[in-house]
Design a binder for this molecule. Structure first.
Ligand code: ADP
Ligand code: MG
Length: 722
């Protein structure tokens, strides 16, 4: 299926069973067609056709039989997730009878990393991409909604910091420009796969679980796990940003009340589920019928909440889960009918692009600044008659300054700004002249000193590489007559930054040396590491192992980033030298023009205004490149810092998980998983960082489950009595 094609992708997944009936359910070799046969139901005993079979054929996008969780994700969900990172809304929905494998497809097993479902895999993909797409800044928020007996339940409201919302306070709302959303549903920012998995498992614990004849753990509610993604370019003048919503929907199973033996509360739940699913079917029928202009979305909370996600601006995928046993053939048929209706729905996915007012203001301010600089240069070059001093005036100022320095004139009266500037310029020349004279008397190698000085006067000087890093570089704008000299002392800001990063490193017992020595290769298996007692594994040594083991990925990114940073710094130095050279030439011209240098430079011709203009143009252009390069160096430095912090924090987590708390449990999981991984896991499947996130989140969930087992489930307590 093409990305963002406007067709709903419909797949059927068959739950493996020992009693699969190949006579009634047949998957054709094209991998897309499933044929279902059903005995004709004739109530009249005399009807001779009652042994006849009726045959239905359903052609969908794919039939998933005996397919691993990894492949299901790759075929069904991956393109929707990648689309969401590019700004397209996405919805993946599992539909089918109770026990057919909807939750297995969506969430999968929390016991096994290999059997995790599409949601944990989508989270892994999202954070992997966020790290890869360094040109953009991503923000990811999560929400987890349950619709139980037509009541909206926030599965993450038990989390610290989220405002407790009574279920009656939540409402499905529509706003122009924002679409459909649930007012009152808590949104949680997440920055890593592990944080996101913690929320998924937390929500899972809070879900209503109802025992059932077909499946003792099947959820009796519709759950919608949503990722809200926003992506902004890191280029400061880019005012555009994109947003998207990725809905991962696990629908409650369709019930046949008589068959499942539901009574009392269970019967009531079944009635609600059937009602909402039948309204969902009606909405799908209306969406598929292009002649209809009204779609009844508001009939139930489920259809209303999914209004944006079924058709419209969305990449939508449906997985129809079926249970391939003879006894379930009626449910199988009704699920497949629903799936084929869904296939007719057309969507119109498009990127949700917006313009940020703050970024636009920033952009305009920058433009105004540039224009002011241009104007200032233009004024200087144009030598406006009103502000220009005549030859006679300049000569008069020159003589006044000389007299003032001799002591024959007591004071110079201020006449105008131009005159004051000219006076200063004469003072400067006098001081320079005197200095030059004195130095030539003291030091015979004056010429080389002078060379250095002229570079400083030009305003740009490079200190050590660290100076560049700390942002001590300063250069004046082209409009300034005298370019500012660089102070070698670090600015307060850069000092703060330095001490902050020092503090960060001191906070961790792993010294800075650890970070510096990230090149020594070692090969130590994860398993060997975790089986050593903490006393025999000093942290420094463990860090070295971590860098070639589970932290190898982030460590190699850190190294790559450092190399790029070095390249950029070298480039920056080159450009700054070019700018200095041009500036020196301009200064030379300008001094000739003001007449101050007459008699000092061996000039034979009058300064040529056109070449001065060209020089200034060149200066502006190189200066702009210099600024951009400086921003790039800062950005690269920022990335290197981020990688360092990330490497350290991941190491701390890993160290804690491997040698400290809940060690036994994690060891057991690691051992098992690695053993399994050796036996039957594809090499690409075991991503060490993702695996650790999964194990950590699972450990946390197990602890939570233990503490919560004592009391009743929090969701039950929050639900209103109806
Ligand atoms: P549903 O959510 O549709 O009610 P579940 O996902 O809870 O059903 O699945 C019911 C049981 O069947 C679970 O124990 C699950 O592990 C198992 N199951 C479902 N589909 C598969 C599959 N494709 N492979 C292995 N086990 C499965
Ligand atoms: Mg379920």
């Amino acid at each position: 299926m093409k990305a963002h094609s406007g067709e709903v992708g419909v797949f059927v997944r068959i739950r493996p069973t020992a009693n699969f009936c190949p006579d009634l359910i047949e998957c054709l070799p094209d991998g897309q067609t499933v044929t279902v046969r059903q005995r004709k139901d004739c109530r009249k005993p005399q009807d001779t056709r009652r042994d006849q079979l009726i045959c239905w054929s359903f052609r969908l996008e794919g039939v998933l039989q005996d397919v691993s969780q990894e492949e299901v994700y790759a075929r069904v969900c991956q393109r929707v997730v990648l689309g969401a990172l590019d700004g397209y809304n996405g919805t993946l929905m599992c539909f089918g009878q109770t026990g057919a494998g909807k939750t297995y497809t969506m969430t999968g097993s929390t016991e096994s990393y290999k059997q995790r479902g599409v949601i944990p895999r989508a989270l892994q993909e999202v954070f992997r991409e966020v790290q890869k797409r360094t040109g953009h800044f991503f923000s990811v928020h999560l929400s987890y909604l349950d619709i139980y007996n037509e009541t909206l339940v926030d599965l993450l409201s038990s989390l610290q910091g989220s405002a407790r919302q009574s279920p009656r306070g939540m409402v499905v709302t529509e706003e122009p420009g924002r679409g459909v959303f649930i007012r009152g549903l808590s949104l949680h920012p997440v920055h890593s796969e592990e944080e996101a998995l913690n929320l998924l498992f937390e929500g899972g614990l809070n879900q209503i679980i109802g025992s059932h004849a077909l499946n003792r753990n099947s959820s009796r509610s519709h759950s919608i796990f949503t990722l809200h993604i926003e992506s902004r370019s890191r280029t400061p003048c880019d005012a555009k940003y994109v947003t998207s919503k990725l809905n991962l929907v696990d629908l409650a199973g369709s019930e046949r009340v008589g068959k499942t033996g539901s009574e009392g509360q269970m019967f009531k739940e079944a009635m609600y589920i059937n009602k909402s699913l039948s309204f969902l079917e009606q909405a799908i029928l209306a969406l598929a019928d292009r002649r209809r202009d009204h779609v009844p979305f508001r009939q139930t909370k489920l259809t209303h909440a999914l209004k944006d996600s079924l058709g419209g601006n969305c990449n939508t995928v449906l997985v129809a889960n079926i249970y391939g046993e003879a006894a379930q053939i009626e449910e199988t048929l009704s699920t497949l009918r629903f799936a084929s209706r869904m296939k007719c729905v057309r969507t119109n996915p498009s990127v949700n692009e917006y313009s940020s007012p703050e970024a636009q203001i920033k952009k305009l301010k920058k433009e105004v600044k540039m224009l002011k600089e241009e104007l200032s240069i233009f004024n200087t070059l144009a030598n406006r008659p009103s502000s220009r001093l005549s030859e006679a005036q300049l000569a008069e100022i020159n003589s006044q300054v000389r007299k003032y320095l001799d002591g024959t004139l007591e004071e110079i009266s201020i006449v105008s700004i131009r005159q004051v500037q000219a006076v200063f310029s004469q003072f400067k020349l006098a001081v320079q002249k005197r200095e030059k004279k004195e130095k030539s008397l003291i030091c015979p190698t004056y010429n080389s000193v002078e060379k250095d000085q002229s570079a400083e006067t030009a305003g740009i000087k490079w200190g050590s590489t660290d100076d560049v890093e700390e942002g001590s570089f300063e250069a004046s704008t082209p409009s300034q007559k005298n370019i500012k000299r660089l102070s070698s002392a670090k600015t307060k800001k850069s000092k703060d930054k330095q001490s902050q990063s020092k503090r960060q490193e001191e906070a961790s017992p792993v010294s800075r040396n650890l970070l510096e020595s990230d090149s020594k290769p070692r090969t130590v298996s994860l398993r060997r590491l975790s089986s050593l007692p903490s006393s025999t594994r000093p942290k420094a040594e463990a860090f070295e192992d971590f860098k070639v083991g589970p932290g190898s990925k982030i460590n190699s990114i850190l190294k790559e980033n450092k190399t790029v940073l070095l390249e950029r710094r070298n480039l920056l130095r080159q450009i700054s030298e070019e700018v200095n050279a041009v500036k020196r030439e301009i200064d030379c011209f300008m001094q000739q023009q003001t007449g101050g240098e007459k008699g000092q430079y061996p000039v034979t011709e009058e300064p040529d205004a056109t070449s001065l203009m060209e020089l200034k143009g060149l200066y502006r252009q190189r200066y702009q490149v210099l600024r951009e390069m400086k921003a790039e160096v800062n950005y690269c430095q920022h990335l290197v810092d981020q990688c360092r912090v990330r490497l350290l924090s991941e190491f701390e987590n890993w160290y804690e998980g491997s040698f400290l708390g809940s060690k036994k449990e994690l060891d057991l999981t690691l051992d098992k998983a690695l053993k399994r991984g050796k036996d039957n896991q594809r090499p690409s499947e075991l991503d060490p960082s993702s695996f650790h996130s999964f194990c950590n989140a699972r450990c946390r969930m197990l602890k939570l489950r233990k503490t919560r087992a004592v009391s009743s489930t929090p969701v039950q307590r929050r639900l209103p009595k109806s």
